[in-house]
Design a protein around this ligand. Sequence first.
Ligand SMILES: Cc1ncc(COP(=O)(O)O)c(C=O)c1O
Length: 406
Amino acid sequence: MLDFAIVDRSIDVAAERAATPGCARVAHLNNAGAALPTAATVEAVVDHLRFESERGGYEAAAAVGDRLTALRASAARLLGADAKEVVVTGSDTQSWTKAVWGFALGGGIGRGQRLLVDRIAYDSHYLALLQVADVNGAGIEVVPSLDDGTLDVAALEESLGSGRVALAAITHIGTHRGLINPVEEAGTACRRVGVPFFLDACQSVGQIPVDVARIGCDVATATGRKWLRGPRGTGLLFVRSDFADRLRPPGIGWSSALWEDAGHYRLREGADRFLDFEVPVAAHLGLGVAIDHAMALGLDAIAERVGGLAERLRRHLAEIGDVEVHDGGSRRGGIVAFTVGGAAPAAVAAASGAAGINVSVSEAPWARLDMTAPRPKVVVRASPHYYNTEEELDRLVDTVRRCAVG
Ligand SMILES: Cc1ncc(COP(=O)(O)O)c(C=O)c1O
């Protein structure tokens, strides 16, 4: 007889749907945009808003101090980091911009230096690099992808080896297609030459396991509302403790720095130097509930279910004549990008909406380096989460089939 219990790590989809009020109203396949929260997450937010209205905002925040500390610990556990290395922010973009500018103000990005970026980089991430490059006289270099769209690690190694590299900015999963970049290999390459590695984990955190220690990144950014199913207006920033000293964040205040005397200030230690005082406490509490929920289910189980649903959807869409799937990559996650011959992506999204199915459209400005000819400039993006059902996917496939023949 076996002397250990076999733990079933699969997700109870019916229970998850029952805990998610939105599932009764819509087939939500726009989780790469913003996922449906659980009722418990919504309650945490609403309860605290009410509590603030009855007690006063500062008094209410003091009363939930332990839960806010626990949130940071949960976020750190989620990312495989130490609590001192993670702060809750207002969005992924806020995390990214502060970290990139923090590095620039710390002297990390100077005239003539090279900023390496991958081809599936997201709009706002590239914009921050472009602005820093513009102001500081640095240059941006795009690392090529393989034919299937994945980061070419050999090309990255070559670029890293040719000197004057300030940082490598790599995207784990893009906003517009499902491929998963080999970020562990990118991390190994960066560590070998001591180049700081900034990871965009916005579309991966909450969807697949993201372990910053294994990946070896110095900075990682994520958002609350997507795969973590947290409230809008929340994000995460990870800064490796031995890297934080090199960052001088813009926009400091008393929560991120100490005013020592008329001529001096001192930045707080570790990621604390990125802390804002004025934050939506209710949303942070909701994020804490959402992160704990994801970890209770297990990121491996979530990744397996999300990846399985997305592969099923790709297979069934590809069976429709006139539909092309554009995800590429040999490893893929929960974003399914496709086009329908003879029907504009916006028309497919509208037809889906009319059928009670939420999908979105990704357009060139969101990922300009990659969404360029011969690749499509606009695609339909369907992004199932673990709480979606096979039947919801089949309904989308039927709708797309009607668009294809219409
Ligand atoms: C890959 C990727 N990175 C970064 C972001 C920015 O996230 P946020 O809107 O939370 O700033 C997004 C948003 O869609 C994204 O898809």
